[in-house]
Ligand binder design. Structure first.
Ligand code: FE2
Length: 379
């Protein structure tokens, strides 16, 4: 397998939300991003506003409708709530990547086109992903201003002082899909983007006595893009992937993993900024202390204090922690991750702990038990 499509890495991720101004403020104050661009009626875009936020290689666009005629955005948030509409891959040649994708079966959303102004031009194209999600190919080599034509400097000075969260880039983006959809989407990525499946969690690998999931991870040749896809697996009670599908009203992006070079420092800062994380029981850290195969630099007491998960990989080890859902529906959340000593995978032990921890919150929300209709035998 070799990289033939000129993939450079993740570019922007665009969220559709109910109130972009307030959500952008949260991303700045809590996540430590900087509001570096704005587009809206003042810049010639009549029906929506977008805030562009950046921190190192993390690039988010937060968009809301401002006119009733903005059906595309209203339709999305009406059905899904706040969520990820599209994520972008930076490529050397948009036309080439798009042609490869569509010739291999990708569903076309936007043909390669140029967005132009006096600062230059941006080239982009898009294909369909799960339900209402899109994958964008973008190249901004010939544009020397903020994000894309139509964006300007932020319009107002806001005091956005917060703790430095030390986030450096996007590590992976995870999709939740319905039963029997995982293989369809894994094959879609592999065929249309020349990806390869490199992790395959089967029935019995991840789950509790009540519920379970299946998961595959596809990746680009050089590991720059890693995309896990989860689907629910039949159990006594409702899988958390089913809860997502029900509350999101479809399949979509479940979480984005953000890389940091010092996870303990990052999590401390994020907590100070008000972000809520999943709780990990102290028995998990007793188990870590008893593991002979785990040779790590970090102090386990400090990991326990911050509820950070740790798992050994074939090469190196992983440190991870997951936020609670960031919006009102139990759908989208963030992960923070530090890969040590060349770790490339997705720790099975951490995945299991995440699953157990989410299931506790799912129970509190009253979404773990199946409805009477679901428990009735089919007639
Ligand atoms: Fe993850």
């Amino acid at each position: 397998m070799s990289e033939v499509l000129g993939i450079r890495g993740y570019d922007f991720i665009e969220f559709y939300v109910g109130s972009a101004k307030m959500v952008a403020y949260w991303y700045a104050k809590a996540m430590g991003l900087e509001i570096t661009g704005y587009a809206g009626p003042e810049t010639g875009i009549r029906d929506r506003v977008s805030y562009y936020l950046t921190k190192n290689n993390v690039k988010f666009v937060i968009t809301s409708p401002v006119q009733p005629s903005c059906y595309e955005v209203y339709g999305f948030i009406n059905r899904h709530g706040d969520g990820v509409k599209r994520w972008a891959i930076e490529v050397d040649d948009v036309e080439k990547a798009f042609t490869y994708a569509t010739q291999n079966g990708a569903v076309l959303v936007e043909r390669p086109n140029r967005l132009e102004d006096h600062h230059g031009y941006v080239e982009q194209a898009a294909i369909r992903l799960y339900d209402d999600t899109e994958l964008v190919y973008i190249n901004r080599d010939n544009f020397n201003h903020i994000f894309k034509p139509g964006f300007c400097e932020p319009r107002q000075e806001i005091n956005l002082e917060c703790e430095d969260t030390g986030i450096i880039g996007v590590d992976h983006i995870v999709g939740n899909v319905r039963e029997n959809e995982m293989n369809l989407w894994a094959n879609y990525f592999n065929k249309t983007m020349n990806f390869e499946t490199f992790v395959d969690f089967k029935a019995g690998d991840i789950g509790t006595k009540y519920s379970a999931l299946l998961s595959k991870v596809v990746r680009s040749a050089d590991f720059k893009i890693k995309n896990p896809i989860n689907e629910p697996f039949e159990g006594l009670k409702k899988s958390q992937i089913e809860e997502y599908i029900e509350q999101y009203y479809g399949s979509g992006v479940q979480h984005i993993a953000i890389a940091t070079e010092d996870i303990i420092k990052s999590i401390k800062a994020l907590r100070k900024n008000g972000i809520e994380f999943l709780n990990i029981p102290s028995t998990y850290y007793d188990m870590l202390r008893n593991r002979d195969d785990l040779n790590i630099e970090e102090n386990i007491d400090e990991l326990e204090e911050q509820h950070i998960l740790c798992d050994k990989e074939e090469e190196g080890y992983l440190l991870q922690l997951f936020t609670k859902p960031i919006g009102d529906r139990p759908t989208f959340f963030f992960e923070f991750i530090q890969r040590k000593d060349g770790a490339k995978g997705f720790g099975k032990g951490n995945f299991q702990s995440l699953f157990e921890s989410i299931e506790l919150d799912q129970k509190l929300r009253g979404n773990l038990d199946k409805s009477p209709e679901e428990l009735m035998p089919p007639c």
